[in-house]
Design a protein around this ligand. Structure first.
Ligand code: AP5
Ligand code: MG
Length: 234
């Protein structure tokens, strides 16, 4: 499919449990529509790597598999959405994750954070990726990513051509995420069940939730997501 890098897409929210494929699909949407991936997990990990004040707080919370406080995360998201590359839209990957964050986002969008000339200033397209629990465990424990380009692999499902090495020309050694350890996965899944499911329920009640079967191939999931975005703008 040809790239669509000039029209307004508006906000796209990807909901789903750890390992559902939010990051994988965000990168596909980003490449196709030319709108940025705003991943709260990636932004927080960047703060941790840089040793910022937020990073120091987030590091311990993330290592326990719990959620960072709403105030800190919302402030971080607001700063990111103010950058000019969000004018035509953006993909929220892993945000909102609590009822408070969803309410905050709605309030923010009421004030039209991005370009008023954009015809898609309306509510976000909210897509939930549903994946079977046992598959999630395989996806999370098998995940590797490239610290240079961010490309995501999986030793079971999307292995690199050479073991543990990125396929891109830089050939960086792949790494496993610090919170993909078995003892942290369970608290992350619990946080999703207890704090993030109500967010999906909220969007469902307001008629804004679209569910996609995330148990399909990466390409099939992408096809469904692109169709949802196209239907919204038809
Ligand atoms: P975050 O980084 O958002 O992690 P997560 O939500 O747990 O989700 P993951 O990144 O683990 O999974 P994903 O859905 O992106 O899957 P991926 O595409 O990589 O958050 C980390 C932490 O930060 C949180 O625990 C919390 O502490 C904090 N945080 C973040 N946001 C916050 C917020 N809003 N509020 C408070 N705290 C926050 O895919 C997984 C694997 O599966 C990969 O190996 C991939 O190759 C493979 N795969 C993907 N799709 C398919 C497919 N269709 N078929 C086969 N394999 C597939
Ligand atoms: Mg992710």
């Amino acid at each position: 499919m040809a790239q669509e890098t000039s029209r307004c897409v508006g906000p796209v929210v990807l909901l789903g449990p750890p390992g559902a494929g939010k990051g994988t699909q965000s990168k596909r949407i980003m490449e196709h529509y030319g709108i940025p991936q705003v991943s709260t997990g990636d932004l927080l990990r960047d703060h941790v790597d840089r040793g910022t004040e937020l990073g120091l707080i987030a590091k311990a919370v993330m290592a326990r598999g719990e959620l960072v406080s709403d105030d800190l995360v919302c402030h971080m998201v607001q700063q990111r959405l103010m950058l000019p590359d969000c004018k035509r839209g953006y993909i929220l990957d892993g945000f909102p994750r609590t009822a408070a964050q969803a309410g905050w986002l709605d309030a923010l969008l009421e004030h039209e954070l991005f370009d008023k000339s954009c015809p898609t200033k309306a509510w976000p397209i909210v897509i939930r990726l549903d994946v079977d629990y046992n598959l999630l465990l395989l996806r999370i424990t098998g995940r590797r990513s490239c610290p240079t380009c961010g490309r995501i692999y999986n030793v079971h499902f999307q292995p690199p051509r050479v073991d543990e090495v990125c396929d891109e020309p830089h050939g960086t050694k792949l790494v496993a995420r610090n919170d993909d350890r078995l003892e942290v996965i369970q608290p992350r899944l619990t946080a999703f069940r207890e704090q993030t499911r109500p967010v999906a329920d909220y969007y469902e009640r307001t008629g804004r939730l679209i569910s996609v079967n995330g148990d399909q191939s990466v390409d099939s999931v992408t096809d469904e997501i692109f169709k949802i975005i196209e239907d919204r703008h038809a």
